[in-house]
Structure formats: structure tokens, C-alpha cells
Design a protein around this ligand. Sequence first.
Ligand code: PLP
Length: 365
Amino acid sequence: MAIDPAQAVLTIDLDALAGNYRRLRREAPGSEVAGVVKADGYGLGALEVAGALEQAGCRRFFVAHLEEGRALGARLPDATIFVLNGLPGDGEEALRARLIPVLNHPGELARYAALARRLGQRLPAALQIDTGMCRLGFAPAELELLDRSQLEPLELVLVMSHLAVAEEPDNPLNQLQRERFEALRRLLPPAPASLANSSGIFLGQACHFDLCRPGVALYGVNPTPGRANPMAPVVTLEAPVLQVHEVRAPGSVGYGATWRTAAGARIATVPVGYADGYLRAASGAASARIGGWSVPLAGRVSMDLLSLDVSALPPEAVRPGIMVTLIGGPDGVDELAATAGTIGYEVLTRLGSRFARRYIPPGLP
Ligand SMILES: Cc1ncc(COP(=O)(O)O)c(C=O)c1O
């Protein structure tokens, strides 16, 4: 794709992503590690991401929706793909696309079992148990009441649950959920088990079970907040300077006139705004990088543009066309998220469609 010189460029390092996958495998050596690629691979391109993961040895993937699974299955015909958000319709579409539904409540189980009986085939299915999130999954009471013969038409290939506070290792809910999971899965026929997301992998072996389901750590976000990030950064966002203002008289920058400038200040304008997923809540607080210099955002992020106070830089360092790093290095996804009062997941999944995307291919393992 030709890159417009006035366009922002999002670089996605698939080699770093593959390295992160291998790092997670070392962290959970007794367990298989899947890839969670829902929401278009956390905004980075599910097909590209999953292709790189498959090359690194990943065989099982999780998506949220049927359509996400269908697109992925067309690209990776040998992969096993689970659909987390449950069973659409009677399950025929999922079956036709060779997707494995995660059954989240008795109604879904009944529908899929009915389809299996009608077709005279044992259909592979996963089942989710709610151990403390109250989001998706069979409630403990529903499992206790479950007549196991209802599962007979199905092949239970995975029993899973999801941790609510895995990024807080000292939170007692982790152990409680693990214990509930251990107890409740015994009410089901024996099947491989899965509990850990990215942060769950770093809670230690007791949480690993047979299959781990990391998402965000693959994409470079720190799964161990408060400690050094064990993952390599995957995303860099760069954009060219469009215009540099030499401020001649005191004034202000941007909507709301919230950033005051003195005479002699220099303000650079860059073509990235909140419509591109650069969070408006980072206004006047985040920083970016030009060459080796850190420069603060000046005033509010607008829809398609943001401004940087480059007064401290030598004039020759900031000209139209010079690239600014908005996400990368010390201004990574986690740092931007913290500045904007959100989480790395939200920064990643909002990265917009107007950027030119450049993928660094995975190298050799
Ligand atoms: C059920 C389930 N498993 C695994 C994941 C991956 O979680 P993370 O991105 O924290 O690794 C998610 C993501 O939200 C999820 O909903």
C-alpha cells in the first residue's frame, strides 16, 4: 500500500508478537497456549496476528463473534477456533464454519445438543462456568442441576472459566475462582480445562490447567501491572508534523483555549485525533517523541488533529514532514492508557482505520 506522506503510520511488529507468544509458552510450560484474537486481534488485524501466531506454533484461537470466527477460519483452515460469546441460532452456521461454540447457559446447551441429535453427529463444544464474574457461563446452581445425559450428543473439548482480577495477584478472588473452577468442573465429564488469561498466566502454575488464553500480553500490554513488563512492545504509532506555528504573541492552543502559549513558543500540529482512537482524555497530559526529545501534548485532542508544544526543541528538529512517535518507546500503550485514565485494551482496540498499517513480518523463531 502506498503511504501518503501526510498520513499517520501504525506499525505492528509481528516478530515481537511471535516472541511474546513464545515468552508466554515459557511461562506456562506444562500447558498449551492459545491466542485470543477477538475484536480484530485487539485492533491490530486478526488475520495478520493469527497468521503470525500460527507460524509460532499456536493452534487454537478464541474470537468473540461468529463472523470473526468465519473470517479467521477461511484464512487458517487448520486452526481450531472457539467462539466465546456463545451459540448463534441453533448452531448450524457455527458448525458449517467449523467453529466451536462456547456454551454459556443451559439454553445454548439444549439448542446445540438438539442439533447434534438431529444430525446424528457428536458435535465438539466448549462449556464456560461462571466462577465469579457474573458475565458469561453456567452458574454453579445450573451446573449442579444439570442432567449429564444432556451432554451426551456433544463432545466436550474444553471446560473454561474467566478470572475477574488476574492482574491483582494478591486478590483472594483469584484463589476462590480457581477453587470453584476445580470443584465445578468435576460435575462435568472429564475434559481439558482453561482458566488463565494473560495476567492469569503470571499467577503461577495452579492457574494454568491444560490451555491458557492470553490476549493482551501478546500485543505487548503489561500483564503484571506495577512490575516490569515482561512482554515486548508490538505497536508504534507515528505521524508527520503538518505545520509548525511560531507564536508571536501570547495566546492559546486548540478547542476550549485550555493551553496558554507565550510569545516565542512553537506548536506543531499532527494529523491524529480522537476519531483515530487517540483518546481525548489524554489531552494536555500525554507526551510524544520527536527524535530523542519528549514533547507534551498542547491543549485538547481534536477529531483529526492534535498539537504538541515543541518550544524546547531546536527549530531545525521540527519541520513539516518530520515524524512524531505518538505511541512507542517510553510513550507506550500502557503509558498512554494510564494518562487517559483507561487500560491498554481500550487504547489498542480503538486504533483507527485511517492509519496506514505496516506489518513487520515474523522472523525465524
Ligand atoms: C473469556 C476470555 N478469555 C480470555 C481473554 C483474554 O484476556 P486478556 O486479554 O486479558 O489476556 C478474554 C478477553 O477479554 C476473555 O474474554
